[in-house]
Design a protein around this ligand. Structure first.
Ligand code: ADP
Ligand code: MG
Length: 686
């Protein structure tokens, strides 16, 4: 039997089934593919005298006493010892039955982290097993630790997985070797190894990020399945119908006439690529990658104009209200004769206004709508939506991206889709991750830009820095001062934005300064930005809300406070807010006095280059194994085990195999998709 329902596993009733479902497990096959996140070594007992404090260890002790105390809170304290030393075991959550188990002279094996408390060695809430007889054998395999949920214990999961694996006959296994996969292991062997590793295997090898062949085998199969899925998605897309948008008319002329600059060569090329695509009856799926500041907005505006000239509507989606508002202001300037046909729809649009816009969209009187998530709401529909533009794609949830697809009233026509991103993803990776899309690259910045000069500075010099900023502002500079998000645990301290703001206005009162953070009202935020844009304020202290898309070409200085807390991609994005005019811009990374090695390397890379692709490649190199790439960076990709950054070496090999399978064997392709992506491939369909 290859796959069966969860009810058939002994110990699984309705409530356990729900719990399993909640962690994405729906059948026995899902259990087989629920891979361990870590392992414990319970194969041999360690002597307390030889154990290292801080490590998780497996010990065997004789109980001396067990007491339930109520000071300061209820706890159960067990005194125990092995032949080398004694230890205190503490439980805060326990039932009376448990207290009875720990009678004097009982032999018990504990697994947990060894700590040094006020009374010597301790373990808190270890896992334990009562041993009747000290000769009882220890585990033969490393013990897997799984991702689980409340009310579903590790032991239960282990038991269910064991049952599923032992009846998994591998009959739906696909012979990937036939298509070029190099691996000594079959799928079933790999699964067996991963769940029940032999005690000789080193934990770091088999754990996530390790190089053990079993893990590599599964990661590769997942990558192959994903790429097969993308190929099939691309196929499906090509069979859908869209409106051909070929005419270039009044709107098109308007945007070209009113854009104040000459398009760069790269912009022209990409505009042409899009123009040709949307003139076809198959829906376009195109991703425009262009570094921060490369001028993606105008490319999108021209494409929108072409759609509208064909009696279709265009929707321009931005991830934040702030950015949508900025786009709205800019776009209206490109279409001065059509202002009445352009609308802004965000979460802060008033009910009455919203009603008007909704009517305009369904009647067709509104031709271009700029908006946020609000555009996804069920009650918004279009007369004929020809083109969807998604700005800063990685910021959107996938399901939201999906739901714009079916917005047209009374027509089966699918809108063309244009996606914009500045996320610098290395090329090989982009080819796989976005295999269902065509990619255009804007690889040229508008002329006259000077590379931003980046330096770093320790926090001790903050006061001095503020004085230097004063000098610069007196000469006409405009400054973004970005503070790191506060973590929950630090909330007792003042908000860093307000703290820095106070410090600045106190130290240099002659310079106008404002602040901006996520908790402010939408119109307050917009006001603050506009005042900064108009030059009314010279310094704007903010959180990372300004990270995406905000465009103030005159701003020429950026301070990033606590720069050590940001990832490279984010630092690069933030820095991209300056260097947009022809002035020399400066970025100062203000960092904590003591900074880790990786953070240092990040700052060095940033000082070295302003090229997003170069920075992305370097990012790949300095990331330690096992560091999970934030879903932010690629949009949400439904990988279970693969970390695209970490495992990027396999992309080439697995893509070739995937191509082959997809071309040669539709049945096996379907099987792979079913097994690995069951349902989730729609995720990428955005
Ligand atoms: P991004 O690609 O980061 O979205 P924007 O579209 O916001 O970049 O453009 C960044 C800035 O560059 C804007 O101020 C825009 O007006 C300006 N810009 C865009 N294209 C050109 C061009 N061809 N020549 C000069 N400036 C340009
Ligand atoms: Mg942009």
């Amino acid at each position: 039997m290859a796959n069966f329902d969860l009810e058939n596993i002994s110990g699984v009733g309705p409530s356990i089934k729900n719990k399993l479902n909640s962690i994405g497990i729906f059948n026995s096959r899902d259990l087989c593919f629920h891979l361990p996140v870590n392992y414990q070594d319970r194969t041999k007992v360690v002597q307390l005298a030889n154990a290292e404090v801080g490590k998780e260890i497996f010990i065997e002790c004789e109980i001396a006493s067990c007491q339930v105390l109520y000071r300061p809170r209820k706890m159960m304290i067990i005194k125990a010892s092995d032949s080398s030393r004694s230890i205190l075991i503490r439980f805060f959550y326990f039932n009376p039955g448990q207290a009875k188990q720990f009678r004097a002279k009982k032999i018990i094996r504990f697994y947990g982290a060894l700590r040094l408390g006020a009374y010597g060695l301790e373990m808190i809430h270890p896992e334990y097993q009562i041993i009747d007889d000290s000769d009882m054998p220890t585990e033969q395999c490393l013990t897997a630790v799984y991702r689980t949920t409340k009310g579903l214990s590790q032991n239960q999961l282990r038991k269910f997985i064991k049952a599923s694996i032992s009846s998994y006959d591998g009959s739906d296994e696909i012979d990937l070797k036939k298509y070029g996969l190099v691996s000594k292991l079959s799928l079933i062997d790999a699964l067996d190894n991963i769940h029940f590793p032999d005690k000789k295997i080193v934990i770091d090898d088999i754990a996530p990020g390790g190089q053990h062949p079993a893990r590599q085998r599964l990661i590769k199969e997942e990558m192959i399945a994903f790429q097969v899925g993308m190929a099939s998605l691309k196929d499906r897309q090509e069979h859908l119908q869209a409106t051909a948008l070929s005419t270039q008319g009044g709107w098109y002329k308007s945007v070209l006439r009113n854009f104040p600059y000459e398009l760069t060569g790269a912009q022209k090329r990409v505009v042409d690529e899009i123009g040709i695509d949307i003139a076809k009856t198959a829906p376009m799926m195109r991703l425009v990658q262009g570094d921060v500041g490369s001028g993606k907005t105008i490319v999108a505006a021209i494409s929108a104009a072409q759609s509208i000239d064909n009696n279709a509507q265009a929707a321009f989606m931005a991830p934040t209200t702030l950015l949508a508002e900025q786009h709205y202001i800019n776009l209206k300037n490109y279409f001065p004769d059509y202002k009445e046909s352009i609308a802004l729809l965000t979460g802060s649009t008033k009910a009455k206004e919203k009603e008007k816009i909704k009517n305009g969209l369904s009647s067709g009187s509104i031709r271009l709508v700029i908006g946020t998530h609000a555009l996804f709401q069920d009650d918004v529909s279009f007369l004929l939506l020809g083109l969807i533009i998604i700005d800063e794609q990685h910021r959107f949830g996938v399901n939201q991206r999906l739901s714009l697809r079916s917005k047209n009233i009374e027509t089966a026509l699918i809108p063309h889709q244009l996606t914009l991103t500045a996320t610098p993803i290395p090329r090989t990776m982009a080819m796989s991750v976005y295999a269902n899309m065509d990619i255009s690259i804007i690889d040229e910045l508008p002329p006259g830009r000077l590379p931003i000069q980046t330096t770093s500075l320790g926090m001790k010099k903050k006061e001095q820095l503020i004085s230097r900023i004063e000098q610069a502002c007196l000469k006409g500079s405009q400054v973004y001062w970005v503070c790191a998000l506060i973590e929950e645990s630090e909330l007792m301290n003042a908000n860093p934005v307000e703290e820095t703001y106070e410090q600045i206005i106190k130290q240099i009162p002659s310079i106008t300064c404002s602040f901006l953070h996520g908790k402010m009202k939408a119109d307050e935020k917009l006001n603050t930005i506009n005042e900064f844009k108009n030059g009314k304020t010279q310094i704007m202290v903010s959180t990372t809300v300004i990270e995406v898309g905000v465009d103030v070409p005159d701003a020429d200085i950026m301070i990033i406070e606590n720069a050590e807390r940001f990832g490279l991609a984010q630092l690069h994005q933030l820095r991209g807010r300056i260097g947009r005019g022809s002035k020399q811009s400066h970025c100062i990374l203000l960092h904590n006095e003591s900074v880790g090695e990786i953070a240092h390397q990040r700052m060095d890379i940033l000082k070295e280059s302003t090229d997003g692709f170069y920075i992305a490649e370097k990012d790949l190199m300095i990331r330690g194994p096992g560091e999970i790439m934030g879903s932010q960076q690629t949009g949400v990709i439904p990988f279970k085990y693969t970390d695209l950054m970490r495992d990027s070496d396999y992309l080439e090999e697995t893509r070739m195999i995937a191509d082959k399978i997809y071309k040669e064997d539709k049945k096996n392709s379907e099987k792979l998709i079913q097994r690995w992506l069951s349902g989730s491939i729609d995720f990428a369909d955005a």
